[in-house]
Design a protein around this ligand. Structure first.
Ligand code: HEC
Ligand SMILES: [Cu+2]
Length: 482
């Protein structure tokens, strides 16, 4: 028999496929067979609001999984005093977390609350089908729609509203995560949390109080006023921080709803032991910062070895310190000095043979003895310079602070009650719990490395701004505070 050229090629390809097929390839092929997995029984899905996730699937067989999701349009708080009308899946931003396993047959019912103003739908990236379910789920207020799909590929997937104008529905908070666990489940860990980043565009600038409406122009220009985790500034800080104990493993399911910005997700003081790149099956190890595209997700896990507060950020860092993309993981337990020593020694640095012969601070203080105290106006002007250079990043431009993270200096009862105590904080730093204007803070302010003159200037500026008690802080007074 004469073998045709293309036949020979196909034969060769077949042989290559048979002998070249590694174990990994077989697993991938197996995932493609998920459509054939037979379901056993029906169960109602547990849905959770962030930062919590439902129970792991463990060893359970594939089932028919009933998901009931309600769309609710409601007013919430973006930041202290800043109101915003969110459109939500299940009442939270991000929407309820859905946990499934590969082979599940998800029967999804989407209800649009009768008090809502708009029609909505849902596009789940875990769906294999037109629009990810969007076409079948388009639902007017006071109606509900049911459709079903089979989960074919394991991974962590974003879902979102896809009703026009799509960008606006997403920008108002209409996104969440659906996890499809592999057969047998993900490896067990001690703590699991749900975090999702989003960028928001408000009619007023960042921090402007009152009810803010969505700003289409800023959204189109990708000029976000807020970039936050879990829908608002402070959703994961202070009392809302996520927690763990020393020695535990922590897994974070992290999504990015966008609509515009890519997240450079990082935990300050930790290294991700494992990262499911883009929420899929490729595992990267020992990662500092992982990139999460808008409409994408990632699973990271790490073991916490030492106690402390670990700050979660978008490492596009102005977003963290100025727009809200900052969360906290508080770890309790025993110190481990081998892993992290803390300050071991502190001393004066005098390089030998260098021109610096004494501490600059001391040199300054010596000359200060003869320096006349500046005029109040001059001190306020100089103090503002120091403030914008040194304090502004945390306490913010108008001293308003950041809820749950950095206390306000504007109209601060704590500040106004005791001038020497406030000077001491700037000189020596502050840790431990304090109450400012009725709100608790329990964080760390490091000692500010500035001279006594600068401290006098900056404190005078602060006391003479933002409704404070107008104290004129003298250099002499600063020097006396031990
Ligand atoms: C890295 C962030 C950071 C910087 C920079 C910073 N602070 Fe603070 N500050 C804090 C934190 C956090 C606290 C609360 C500490 C605690 O919880 O014990 C605080 C507390 C204070 C307080 C007492 C509480 C209040 O609201 O009245 C004063 C006063 C203060 N800071 C002044 C300053 C001044 C002045 C500067 C600049 C010279 C400055 N801080 C720079 C983070 C910072
Ligand atoms: Cu919508």
């Amino acid at each position: 028999m004469k073998i045709h050229k293309t036949q020979a090629f196909t034969l060769l390809l077949g042989i290559l496929l048979i002998f070249g097929c590694s174990d990994d390839d077989k697993k991938v092929l197996a995932a493609k067979d998920s459509a054939a997995i037979v379901i056993q029984g029906t169960v109602k899905a547990e849905l959770t609001a962030p930062p919590f996730v439902p129970q792991p699937v463990g060893n359970r067989p594939a089932k028919k999984l009933l998901v009931d999701m309600e769309i609710i349009e409601k007013e919430g708080e973006m930041a202290d005093g800043v109101k915003y009308v969110y459109w939500t899946f299940g009442g939270s931003v991000p929407g309820s977390f859905i946990r499934t396993r590969v082979g599940d047959e998800v029967e999804f019912t989407l209800s649009n609350h009768p008090d809502n103003k708009l029609p909505h739908n849902i596009d789940l990236h875990a769906v294999t089908g037109p629009g990810g379910g969007a076409e079948s789920s388009f639902v007017a207020p006071g109606h509900k729609k049911t459709f079903s799909f089979k989960t074919l590929n394991p991974g962590l997937y974003v879902y979102h509203c896809a009703t026009a104008p799509v960008g606006m529905h997403i920008a108002n908070g209409m996104y969440g995560l659906i996890l499809v666990e592999p057969e047998g489940g993900l490896p067990p860990v001690d703590k699991e949390y749900y975090i999702m980043q989003g960028d928001f565009y408000t009619s007023g600038d960042n921090g402007e109080r009152g009810l803010q409406s969505f700003d289409m122009k800023k959204a189109v220009e990708e000029d976000a006023d807020y970039v936050v985790f879990n829908g608002k500034v402070g959703a994961l800080t202070g009392d809302n921080a996520i927690t763990a104990n020393v020695g535990e493993t922590v897994r974070l399911f992290v999504g990015n709803g966008g609509p515009n910005l890519t997240s450079s997700f990082h935990v300050i003081g930790e290294i991700f032991d494992n990262v499911h790149v883009e929420g899929g099956s490729v595992m990267n190890k020992n990662v500092q910062t992982t990139s999460i595209p808008a409409g994408g997700a990632t699973i990271v896990d790490f073991k916490v070895e030492v106690p402390g507060t670990f700050i979660l950020v978008d490492h596009a860092i102005f977003r963290a310190f100025n727009k809200g993309a900052l969360g906290m993981l508080k770890v309790k337990g025993e110190e481990n000095k081998k892993v992290y020593s803390g300050i071991k020694q502190e001393g004066i640095y005098l390089p030998e043979g260098g021109s610096i012969q004494s501490m600059p601070k001391e040199a300054k203080t010596k000359t200060v003895a003869v320096v006349q105290e500046k005029s109040l106006a001059q001190k306020i002007a100089d103090g503002k310079q120091v403030y914008m250079k040194t304090c502004f990043a945390c306490h913010q431009a108008t001293g308003q602070g950041i809820p749950n993270a950095f206390p306000p200096l504007a109209k601060s009862d704590y500040l106004n009650a005791n001038v020497d105590r406030a000077i001491g904080i700037v000189k020596h730093g502050k840790t431990g719990e304090i109450t400012v204007n009725g709100k608790k803070y329990n964080s760390v302010m490091t000692a500010q490395n500035i001279s006594d003159i600068e401290i006098a200037d900056v404190m005078t500026y602060i006391y003479n701004s933002w409704g404070n008690n107008k104290t004129n802080v003298t250099v002499d007074r600063v020097k006396k505070v031990k």
